[in-house]
Design a protein around this ligand. Structure first.
Ligand code: F6R
Length: 607
């Protein structure tokens, strides 16, 4: 996730306006920043790694001439946060500047093609191919809008881009596919931006650009065309009544809810993680003598789920380990034959880094999955994959958890393929299910949110909750319990359902809420047995189940339904969503701020 902004002013300098807007977009990404403007046929660019204030102090971002320009605040996906990788990117002739939010999947092919035609690309980003493609079309005497149109037809993936060129210095041309883009309309200016918050102090009149549309901002106004057939689309500005605070949260009352709702998009992004590194990682795992999956908190729950994925798909046994326990529990057994897969959203969690360093010192191979390029974890691992979730501001991990699961499932599939453990048909089946997941998650959020809110209301005063699941749903149960505990401060005990009769069942008395995770997999029948045990003691059963599962429905006091037919190793991605919503609504019901739970930090950098 990055932030993009552009403006064309009737009078005055664009640079300070861009700088101020980028500050409002900084929450979307903050590892590098850059601006480009045009005056008298010359393109001016300033960019560097670092937060906006630091870059401004070094380079004076307000000191660029001209009344038209674009700016970008970056959350690195392809290429480390370095000056050369910061946006805007320019073409060979230094006449075109482009900013981009999204991921270009076919950038490696395009890069090769451009290099073969003599283009010189300097960065490691996927974005840089875009100005060079535009350059080729401009050289074929297309106008800027047509050149951008032709260029984006070559792109596969997600993008929201803005381009300026000295050839038509009074225009900004933008295009959108999946990544957000809005226009701001004012008397004296036109703007484009990733989202409404960037625009609000400038104007409250906005127009949303939709997928597959090309936008031109010029002194004549704005024009939107369909990329597919160049047909003109007519749209009128709407007046936004969002306050700046609401706008930053995309209209949601809290970041956590916004991030829960972002999951269909972030899950789609995980289908575009860098294949090459995923494959390399799978090769290491396939050859490993023993594999440790290491993490803390929610990331540990992703590891736990992954251990079922590796076992079920690739027939590979792994040890999920809580990082803070790793040295004592497994330390002496780690060595040159050990492969560690460390999972950390932030890439900075001290316990995870400590365990990784320990394993490295014992000559183990370290692989990593993280959300932050250039985090410490990426620097101390042999191979890493970035999960592309964008910044997560709510302290409770939500969208980053489901993204971790999606990447780990893809990894398990690749290992399975290398080990010859799955047929092509099974591979294709699961790959299809992975692509169906974003829509299924969307359906859960759209159809079940209100139901979950009612459940939160009903059980608002419960003193404790029990979360139970079998098989891979054990990880879902743990995650549901952790979410409820950390933001609603309700004691939550999570167990594998089979273990419940070895202790936790002692808690259950009439009305005690027991949440069961019940996908229709091979655990279904046994879970029904566990539900019966709890019911016999008066427990109130809250069941998460697949649509139309009449057996479970009959037993449940309350139930939440998710779309049926998502493969069993993928079920945590779907079933955890109502649990995130439950924790969220419980916190709100109880009057707590879910974004800032007491005593917790987003990144835990102490032992
Ligand atoms: C829970 C949560 C924490 C983190 C844990 C690890 O919602 O966010 O439990 O999962 O602190 O953080 P990372 O993944 O950054 O290593």
């Amino acid at each position: 996730m990055c932030g993009i902004f552009g403006c064309t002013l009737k009078k005055g300098n664009a640079a300070p306006v861009i700088h101020a807007a980028l500050k409002r977009l900084e929450y979307r990404g903050y590892d590098s920043v850059g601006e480009a403007t045009i005056l008298d046929g010359k393109l001016y660019v300033k960019k560097d790694r670092g937060k906006i204030d630091a870059v401004h102090e070094l380079h004076d971002l307000d000191d660029l001439p001209g009344s038209i320009g674009i700016g970008h605040t970056r959350w690195a996906t392809h290429g480390a946060p370095l000056q050369v990788n910061a946006h805007p990117h320019v073409d060979c002739g230094g006449r075109i500047a482009v900013i981009h939010n999204g991921i270009i999947e076919n950038f490696a092919d395009l890069r090769l093609e451009l290099q073969n035609r003599g283009h010189v690309l300097k960065s490691k980003t996927d974005t840089e191919v875009i100005p060079h493609l535009i350059e080729d079309y401009l050289n074929k005497s297309h106008g800027l809008a047509d050149a951008v149109l032709e260029a984006v037809k070559r792109l596969e993936g997600s993008y929201s881009i803005a381009a300026i060129s000295t050839k038509e210095p009074d225009k900004i041309v933008c295009a959108r596919n999946e990544s957000p883009l809005v226009i701001g309309v004012a008397e004296e200016a036109l703007y484009c931006a990733s989202d409404v918050p960037a625009l609000l102090p400038l104007t409250n009149k906005t127009v949303t650009v939709d997928n597959g549309e090309l936008l031109t901002l010029s002194p004549q106004g704005f024009e939107i065309k369909k990329i597919r057939d160049s047909s003109v689309v007519t749209k009128k500005p709407k007046v936004s009544d969002w306050s700046p605070e609401m706008a930053v949260k995309g209209g949601y009352p809290h970041f956590m809810l916004k991030e829960i709702h972002e999951q269909p998009t972030t899950l789609r992004n995980t289908l575009r993680v860098q294949e090459h590194y995923l494959d390399l990682m799978a090769t290491f795992l396939e050859r490993a003598q023993e594999v440790y999956l290491m993490a803390c908190g929610t990331s540990y729950h992703a590891c736990l789920a992954a251990s079922y994925m590796f076992s079920k798909l690739a027939f590979l046994g792994t040890h999920p380990v809580i990082a803070s326990e790793c040295v004592e529990q497994q330390g002496k057994s780690m060595g040159i034959d050990s492969t560690i897969l460390a999972v950390s959203q932030s890439g900075e969690t001290t316990d995870t880094l400590g365990a990784v360093m320990y394993a490295r010192d014992r000559a183990a191979t370290v692989l990593a999955l993280t959300n932050v390029v250039d985090s410490t974890l990426t620097r101390i691992s042999r191979v890493y994959v970035v999960q592309q979730s964008g910044p997560e501001i709510g302290v409770a991990a939500t969208k980053t958890f489901t993204s971790q699961l999606s990447v780990l499932a893809q990894l398990a599939l690749r290992v399975a393929k290398k080990r010859g453990k799955v047929s092509q048909d099974e591979m294709d089946y699961l790959a299809d299910k992975l692509t169906e997941l974003p829509d299924a998650v969307e359906a859960v959020i759209q159809t079940q949110d209100e139901k979950v809110r009612q459940i939160a209301k009903k059980y608002r005063d419960a003193k404790a909750f029990l979360f139970l699941g079998r098989g891979i749903s054990t990880a879902t149960a743990y995650e549901g319990g952790l979410k409820l505990m950390e933001i609603a401060y309700v004691p939550a005990i999570a167990f594998p359902a089979g273990e419940s009769k070895h202790g936790p069942i002692g808690l259950v008395e009439p009305g005690f809420p027991v949440v069961f995770i019940c996908p229709k997999d091979e655990t279904h029948k046994t879970v029904i047995g566990n539900i019966m045990e709890m019911k016999a003691r008066g427990g109130s059963i809250i069941a998460l189940m697949e649509e139309g599962d009449e057996e479970i429905k009959k037993l449940a006091d309350d139930y939440v339904e998710v779309p049926k037919g998502i493969g069993d190793v993928l079920s945590p991605i779907l079933f955890v969503v109502p649990l995130q919503l439950l924790a969220y609504h419980m916190a709100v019901e109880k009057g707590y701020d879910p974004d800032m739970p007491r005593n917790l930090a987003k990144s835990v950098t102490v032992k």
